[in-house]
Design a protein around this ligand. Structure first.
Ligand code: SAH
Ligand code: SF4
Ligand code: F3S
Length: 475
């Protein structure tokens, strides 16, 4: 059994770390967990749910894995390289475990779900394997593993949304927070492992989302990012009011919590983002003018093989519509080079699409075949790695030019910036973001702003990745 003290006496001699629980009682944790997260924001957000579940079972967090009773890796399977990073990291923990055999090592997340119990055979020192929908079972699995049993739970669920669990914020700047609004994905993009690792799509109870966002606001947070693999297909029925909550409705409800709370969201699928969502963004000043709209490829033929269900023309019409309704909208993308059968012409189509779309930023990857996906089963991974890499470098080079041009175009403009903290390079400068999600740096001197404040900043310079300016008192 785990030791959990509910310490109401404030006895300083008790062992263990002290943390305030959400109730009025002070909990002293006698066991410690260490968690590292990889992959997308959903995974980082899940780690905050895991932290909450573990806290309730008497585990406190530690930022030093050598002190931990349980070391957890929340893993990603999206590309082969992501999995390789995890395996390398496990080597480090293996060394520690040699000196500290009682320390348990748990693998969470998408790689756990993909490999299931194979993980325990492949990586002998892993004690616990647990998939994204099974985190409530983690305390029980830790206990089983402690008794020397094989502890695996990779059951996917059609209902689990962890709606009732209040996440414990990890590594937070106290200003920007992430809120999961749905789980899983029903799209079957042929290259993608996510539908297999995260299961069917399900939307979380809207009330619990609003409550979590309102709580963040009351705790001093000034920005929430609503998270899902495909946020535009959010759909929840409020039976008490006979109301259908679409993503546009949800955005509106969150925006109405307080005008000082900024709202962002990720990720939109081009086939699902509606005019209703675009009009809602333009209606509310605190819903950020920024859309991440992954295109993946600029070639209609490749998009078909990818099963993305839109064409190049359809995508470009969507970009046009966004700019009509939200004229200053920041737009970013995800791009894959070297997908199965991709020709130089297809690749050329991706480059020209990027120019038409004038992306402010992109995440760019070369294709990595994932076992079990539609593409792995149907198509040969036939583009040599050298070609994939060369095409990727051309895409990256073009994006750098586009980002630079987009930033130059902002010089002379004034932006409302939410201050997130010190700039990375100097604590004499603030770092914040514009509504369009661009990083803005400006000197702290000459004002008395604090983290979480809004400042109006006039841009006088830029790099490819950053806008640089000075505060102005009026627009
Ligand atoms: N749900 C989001 C993205 C999820 S994964 C969406 O639909 O946009 C993030 C990005 O990783 C994808 O947009 C894609 O560009 C990239 N990606 C996914 N699978 C990949 C693979 N097998 N090889 C290379 N990149 C991949
Ligand atoms: Fe993967 Fe496509 Fe779902 Fe995104 S929408 S998670 S790329 S299957
Ligand atoms: Fe990776 Fe899973 Fe996210 S595969 S990108 S951690 S949903």
């Amino acid at each position: 059994m785990l030791d959990l003290f509910i310490d109401k006496t404030h006895d300083e001699n008790r062992q263990g770390e002290r943390f305030m629980s959400t109730s009025t009682e002070e909990i002293v944790y006698t066991k410690r967990f260490y968690i590292e997260s990889y992959g997308c924001q959903m995974n980082f957000s899940d780690s905050e749910i895991v932290a909450s579940i573990l806290n309730k079972s008497g585990f406190g967090p530690t930022s030093n894995f050598e002190d931990a009773d349980v070391v957890l890796l929340n893993t990603c399977s999206i590309r082969e390289k992501a999995e390789q990073t995890i395996r390398n990291r496990l080597q480090t923990f293996r060394q520690i475990k040699k000196q500290k055999p009682a320390m348990l090592i748990g693998v969470l997340g998408c790689m756990a779900e993909r490999l299931k119990s194979k993980f325990l055979e492949e990586e002998k020192l892993v004690d616990i394997v647990i998939g994204p929908d099974a985190y409530r079972a983690l305390p029980a699995l830790i206990e089983e593993a402690g008794e020397g049993q094989r502890a695996v739970n990779v059951l996917l669920s059609r209902e689990e949304t962890y709606a009732d669990i209040s996440p414990v914020r990890l590594n937070s700047n106290g200003v920007t927070g992430f809120v999961s609004i749905m789980r899983g994905c029903n799209n079957m993009c042929s290259f993608c492992v996510v539908p297999f690792t995260r299961g069917r799509e399900r939307s979380r109870d809207a009330h619990s989302i609003i409550n979590e966002c309102a709580e963040l606001f009351n705790d001093g947070y000034r920005e929430v990012t609503l998270l899902g693999q495909n946020v535009d297909s959010y759909y929840w029925i409020d039976e008490s009011k006979d109301e259908i909550v679409t993503f546009a409705k949800l955005l509106e409800k969150v925006a109405l919590i307080n005008p000082l709370l900024r709202v962002r969201f990720s990720t939109s699928h081009p086939k699902d983002i509606t005019d209703e969502v675009l009009f809602t963004i333009s209606k509310y000043e605190n819903i950020c003018d920024y859309i991440h709209l992954p295109v993946q490829s600029g070639s209609t033929r490749i998009l078909q093989l990818m099963n993305r269900t839109y064409t190049r023309e359809w995508y470009l019409a969507k970009i046009k519509r966004i700019r009509e309704i939200i004229p200053d909208c920041g737009i970013s993308s995800d791009i894959i080079t070297g997908f199965c059968t991709e020709t130089e012409d297809d690749h050329g189509d991706t480059l020209t699409l990027m120019e038409y779309a004038r992306y402010d930023m992109s995440y760019m990857f070369f294709y990595s075949e994932r076992p079990g996906t539609l593409a792995a089963r149907r198509y040969a991974d036939d583009i040599p790695e050298e070609t994939k890499r060369r095409r990727l470098s051309e895409v990256v080079k073009l994006q750098n030019q586009l980002s630079q041009a987009s930033n130059k175009n902002d010089v002379g403009k004034i932006f409302k910036v939410l201050i997130e903290g010190d700039s990375k390079k100097s604590d004499e400068n603030w770092m914040g973001r514009s509504s369009q999600n661009k990083v803005v740096i400006f000197p702290k001197a000459e004002n008395d702003f604090r983290k979480g404040d809004y400042a109006f900043v006039k841009i006088n310079d830029c790099t490819g990745a950053t806008l640089i300016g000075r505060t102005v008192s009026t627009i």
